[in-house]
Design a protein around this ligand. Structure first.
Ligand code: F6P
Length: 327
């Protein structure tokens, strides 16, 4: 591993998330403050392998803190999964004298960084950028707050029309195999049922609860289902309900990629700025191959090797709270 770092690069990898631009801006400006040379890498590991790398200065990150997406673009690279791909990536960095790499991305991106840092003398720092919030060791991931607020505002709108028509709505939210967006948006919108992969979905019980509500003339119901739920997505839930409660007024809304876009919330800009600053501090202080998290309002540095092994955990009490409050 390098003793002292004078050139670093920053990139985004995997699915984009609102706030990535704020993170890139923080990395670039902190690096410049420390008189480091800083490069941007386009399209994640793919751009790294192809040498799509350019020098950045303070002005190159002006007026981006409020913008969704990422100015560096992002990608999921199959080639980086191969030793040959990683060797090409290393050559691109070595030929430019770049010793440190900051990667904004999710656990898949951290996995790549972890292998890369074991194979080559490049110091890697991860910044948790994912709407899914599925990385253990940090209370926040960049983009989750914006995504969940987008989901909340969409579900509120759906409830308006559901109320007018006395309808049951099944709303599918993103999260891959994690249920955080569903749990938070479901509780915040008073959803009658929240289905997440972290808890076994009892679909019979969902139907029974709808039948019970029908008896007491509670016709408006919102089911928020995580895309990775063990029973299935919104269309599977709809099919089951229609088979078991024929004639029900059911509508499905799959929120999809709108959850990934939009101007980042204050919280996402704030944590991205804080994490981006600390990513560079790590490189300056020789704290290598970690990802930068925030736990109980303190910085938490987790070895990349651990980041890829542990998952966030959702306590069962949360679903109980959702149920009690929405009856
Ligand atoms: O990991 C972020 C995420 O938005 C997941 O919630 C979702 O399952 C996936 O990415 C969608 O990926 P893509 O943009 O490739 O369709």
């Amino acid at each position: 591993m390098p003793n002292k770092i004078s050139k670093i690069a920053v990139m985004c990898s995997g699915g984009d998330s609102p706030g990535m631009n704020a993170g890139v801006r923080a990395v670039v400006r902190t690096a410049i403050y420390h008189k480091l040379e800083v490069y941007g890498i386009m399209r994640g590991y793919s751009g790294l392998i192809e040498g799509d790398i350019f020098p950045m200065d303070s002005r190159s990150v002006a007026n981006i803190i409020q913008r969704g997406g990422t100015i560096l673009k992002t990608a999921r690279s199959k080639e980086f999964l191969t030793p040959e791909g990683r060797a090409k990536a290393y050559e691109q960095l070595k030929s430019r004298g770049i010793e440190g790499l900051v990667i904004l991305g999710g656990d898949g991106s951290f996995k790549g960084a972890e292998i890369f840092s074991r194979e080559f003398d490049i110091a890697c720092i991860g910044l948790p950028g994912t709407i899914d919030k599925d990385i253990a060791g940090t209370d926040f991931t960049i983009g989750f707050d914006t995504a969940v607020n987008t989901a909340v505002s969409a579900i509120d709108k759906i409830r308006d029309t559901a109320e007018s028509h006395d309808r049951l709505f099944i709303i599918e939210v993103m999260g891959r195999d994690a249920g955080y967006i569903a749990l938070h948006s479901g509780i915040a919108t008073g959803a009658e049922n929240i289905l997440i992969p972290e808890a076994k979905t009892d679909i019979e019980e969902v139907v029974q609860s709808l039948q019970e509500k029908e008896k007491r003339k509670k016709m408006v119901n919102m089911i928020v289902v995580a895309e990775g739920d063990d029973f299935g997505g919104a269309l599977d839930v709809e099919k089951y309900i229609l088979e078991n409660m024929p004639g029900s007024e059911v509508r499905v809304c799959i929120l999809g990629h709108i959850q990934r876009g939009g101007s980042p919330t204050c919280l996402d800009r704030f944590i991205a700025s804080r994490m981006g600053y600390h990513a560079v501090e790590c490189l300056i202080n020789g704290k290598y191959n970690v990802f930068v998290g925030i736990k109980n309002n303190e910085m938490n540095y987790i070895p990349l090797s651990k980041a890829v092994k542990y998952k966030q955990h959702i306590g069962s009490e949360w679903l109980k709270i959702g149920k009690i409050l929405s009856t």
